[in-house]
Design a protein around this ligand. Structure first.
Ligand code: LLP
Length: 387
């Protein structure tokens, strides 16, 4: 992608702007199918990673359903035209009120997070495919906030407890669900989890399974899930299942999106310099929250060397996009692109410092450029306030 096109887009839509590429999105979707070739897969896209209905409608054409947690995510999935029969309802805090909304809209697949949830909401449920989320107590080797498969984590029912429970209530379930974490780059971690889920499923005669998401991508450090190795694991551990649901967010969306921004200042410091962008942690929270390292590229560089931090214009030191870059400083006014932000970028953006959310724009396969969500206005940010 050339900077010429990016300059044009920046001119037309302003900066910052979240920019997505249809071609990459489709490529990623197709490689998910490929990893499961020969198996009966029901792929779903995790709306928590990205909730733009236009992007989801592209994935729908690629045969994807949706993984939703909240009524808001369900709303977006339906808006994208996803059939309710391909929507999976996740979450560890489902309420009666939400259940009413989900059932009214025809959702029929539910991952039950706890025995308590089952007792409260699903004991007498009819016509709903229930999957019990088990906690396999395995390590995922990822950031501690996005690791979910150990017994100390709040998700799922510990597999031993689950077996006792299934002895009593197993007939009410279609199968098991697991999700051990996100940004997992070691295939063996999936293997450990899939083995647990396959063994328990065998014991209770489940022919369907939901294996969650978690595929780790290369954020520029060369670490990513090896899909060849992963496919072998799936072929051996999940071979007995007739139907496999998967819920992927990051793998599909992250590389399909960038944040296009502009350098406001290059501020000279003592030990290092600061490249100040027209965006910040309200749009890119992952560095502050998970010490995530997104690659940043600029349209024009000076001859002057760093080190430098790429920072936002918000009022705290945690407002950085990327720290300690060695190499040439960018020019003031140049474009900055924050990479791999198609997942957990816009969907985690906030209005901190009363900054409106930026627009989202799609570069279609045929090269045309389309606004897919306009930027928020100040009025919208302060709607509903009545003096
Ligand atoms: N299924 C369940 C039940 C999940 O909780 C998640 C993500 C997914 C599927 C999708 O996982 P993925 O394929 O995207 O790894 N905000 C964090 C990531 C949180 C992931 C939460 N659950 C981040 O920015 O890294």
């Amino acid at each position: 992608m050339g900077f010429q096109l990016l300059e044009k887009i920046a001119d037309e839509f302003g900066t910052p702007v979240f920019l997505y590429f249809e071609e990459i999105l489709k490529e990623r979707a197709r490689s998910v199918w490929k990893a499961f070739e020969g198996m009966r897969l029901v792929p779903t896209a995790a709306l928590k990673a990205n909730n733009n209905p236009v992007l989801l409608s592209i994935l729908k054409e690629e045969g994807f359903g949706g993984d939703v947690v909240t009524p808001g995510e369900l709303y977006a999935a339906l808006k994208a035209g996803i059939e309710p029969s391909k929507i999976v309802w996740n979450g560890n805090g489902k309420t009666h009120q939400q259940k009413e909304f989900f059932m009214k809209n025809g959702v029929k697949i539910v991952n039950v997070d706890s025995i308590e949830e089952y007792e409260k909401l699903w004991k007498d449920a009819d016509g709903v495919d229930l999957f019990l989320r088990i906690n396999p107590d395995v390590e995922a080797h990822t950031h501690k906030y996005i690791s979910t498969g150990k017994s100390e984590h709040k998700f799922g029912v510990h597999y031993k407890k689950a077996m006792e429970f299934l002895d009593r209530e197993g007939k009410k379930f279609k199968g098991l669900h697991i999700h051990i974490g996100s940004q997992i780059t070691k295939a063996v971690d999936f293997e450990n989890a899939y083995e647990v889920v396959a063994e328990i499923s065998r014991k209770f005669g489940f022919s369907q399974v939901n294996i969650g998401g978690g595929w780790g991508i290369d954020y520029g450090d060369g670490q990513e899930l090896d899909l060849g190795e992963y496919r072998k694991i799936v072929q051996s551990t999940l071979k007995d299942f007739e139907k496999i649901y998967i819920e992927l967010g990051r793998y599909i969306y992250a590389p399909a999106g960038i944040l296009l921004s502009r350098v406001h200042y290059v501020k000279k410091g003592i030990e290092k310099h600061f490249v100040v962008l027209d965006t910040g942690m309200s749009h890119v929270i992952r560095p502050a929250l998970y010490s995530a390292k997104h690659s940043v590229e600029f349209s024009e560089y000076t001859d002057e060397e760093g080190p430098y931090d790429v920072v936002g214009y918000l009022c705290e030191t945690g407002d950085f996009i990327r720290r300690d870059i060695r190499g040439k400083l960018p020019k003031e006014g140049s474009l900055a692109i924050v990479k791999d932000i198609g997942a957990y970028g816009y969907s985690m953006a906030s209005n901190y410092n009363s900054i409106p959310k930026p627009p989202e724009v799609l570069v279609k396969e045929d090269g045309t450029v389309k606004l897919i969500r306009r930027g928020e206005t100040l009025e919208e940010m302060f709607r509903g306030i009545d003096f």
